[in-house]
Design a binder for this molecule. Structure first.
Ligand code: NAD
Length: 410
């Protein structure tokens, strides 16, 4: 039975595996197996009832060889330092893969934001910023939204940072509302970026012109993927959310499905479709499976039952290392998360760039810049994987590590 280890152990298992394919030297691997900084803070917040509550906050700054640390902040009750370290490690590689001048970080607060009033949430976010204001900054560490953090929270953090330091460019954080310096295209950038990667690799992955797609997850990444792939003429056979999945072998009508979800709160019982379970969805026969929900969805347990020709990981870490090996042996190609979902962080970088230059680009300008970046990254990774006769995931890791090692001094 595969034990799903803590995420950081998974990340380090990947690093050890890579070291067997390409010799990066002991010193470099030792550097890459620890974060530069791993900070835990106490955040006192005056609650609405007058009491004082202390929350625990974090920031992991993994590596800044290629540029300022970059990575989201999540508000969750099950925040765990090893998970944040792993996410910060993957962010380091993701930025390197996308070819943007950013390093990797991640952070957050142990809290269920739904249990706080808006005022409490704002005081908590501002205090997190005050406690970390020395290490944050446009040229030091630039956070972004992640699970349960919103554009409004990003705006509070930018505002608080501006008050403390006098830097009002907003470039200390990305994912802000448009009126407060956010970028056009940020909300659809992850799915759109995934589509550019898919287009760049389609031929090599031996996919037909029009294909059958199955999507797990109907949130930001999943619903935008459904819209984008469908608009390009592909058939979306099935989609799931946390409550279940719907399936139609002739293809789902995405516009109507979006309305149905809005009206009923779930995908289930969508007219002209069959309700199926999330497990069944993952095992459907299709050309492209897009996991866009959570980590560890494809494991040793179900990897043998996957019938998709290609998996494109919009979610972070949806495939465990053991499942990865099984799928590779079965000949199922995986377009890895650090490439497939890197459109999100790339447009975040565009936001930072616009803030520093005091510019505002149109959505067309944003996507015109995103497409060639991701096409180049896809082609380079594919070349690397072919040269070393390995998977795209290993190719992506190796390319990222090479870029970091080339620039690392001392
Ligand atoms: P989200 O919260 O908007 O959506 C998550 C979706 O998954 C929801 O529809 C939810 O109902 C569904 N879901 C939850 N449990 C499920 C289950 N067991 N089976 C099927 N569906 C389930 O989140 P998101 O922003 O779309 O992120 C999804 C994934 O993509 C995450 O792994 C995230 O880290 C990754 N990602 C997102 C972005 C981004 O810009 N949004 C960028 C990079 C990576």
């Amino acid at each position: 039975m595969e034990i799903v280890k803590n995420a950081f152990e998974n990340a380090m298992t990947q690093l050890t595996k890579i070291a067997k394919i390409k010799d990066f030297g002991e010193e470099f691997l030792t550097r890459m197996s620890v974060p530069d900084r791993d900070i835990r803070i106490s955040i006192p917040v005056k609650m609405d009832d007058g009491s004082l509550k202390i929350f625990e906050g974090y920031r992991v700054e993994y590596n800044n060889t290629l540029g300022p640390y970059k990575g989201g902040i999540r508000y969750h009750t099950e925040m765990e330092i090893n998970e944040i370290k792993a996410l910060a490690f993957w962010m380091t590689l993701k930025c390197a893969v996308a070819g943007i001048p950013m390093g990797g970080g991640k952070g957050g607060i142990t809290v269920d934001p739904k249990k706080l009033s808006k005022g409490e949430l704002e005081r908590l976010s501002r205090e997190w910023t005050r406690k970390l204001s020395d290490i944050l900054g446009p040229h030091k560490d630039v956070p972004a939204p992640d699970v349960n953090t919103t554009p409004e929270i990003m705006a509070w953090i930018a505002d608080e940072f501006g008050k403390i330091t006098g830097d009002t460019t907003g470039a200390v954080i990305t994912g802000k509302p448009l009126e407060q310096g956010g970028s056009e295209g940020r909300s659809t950038s992850t799915a759109q970026g995934g589509f550019y990667v898919f287009e760049a690799l389609k031929k090599e992955l031996k996919l037909e012109n029009k294909i059958r797609v199955v999507i797990q997850g109907f949130g930001n990444a999943g619903s935008n993927a459904a819209i984008i792939w469908n608009k390009a003429g592909h058939k979306i056979l099935a989609i799931s959310d946390s409550k279940g999945a719907v399936y139609n072998e002739d293809g789902l009508e995405i516009k109507k499905l979006l309305e149905h979800k809005k009206n009923t709160g779930s995908l289930s019982d969508f007219p002209n479709s069959k309700n199926i379970s999330n497990e069944e969805l993952l095992e459907l026969e299709c050309d492209l499976l897009i996991p866009a929900a959570f980590e560890n969805q494809i494991t040793e347990k179900n990897a043998n039952k996957i019938k998709a020709k290609v998996i494109l990981e919009l979610a972070n870490s949806p495939t465990t290392p053991k499942a990865d090996e099984i799928l590779f042996k079965k000949g199922i190609s995986i377009v890895p998360d650090i490439l497939a979902n890197s459109g999100g962080v790339t447009v975040s970088y565009f936001e930072w760039d616009q803030n520093l230059k005091n510019e505002h680009w149109s959505e067309k300008e944003v996507f015109d810049k995103l497409e060639p970046l991701l096409q180049d990254a896809s082609k380079e990774i594919s070349k690397k994987a072919q040269e070393l006769n390995t998977s795209l995931r290993n190719g992506a890791f190796i390319l990222a590590l090479e870029r970091i090692k080339d620039k690392m001094r001392g």
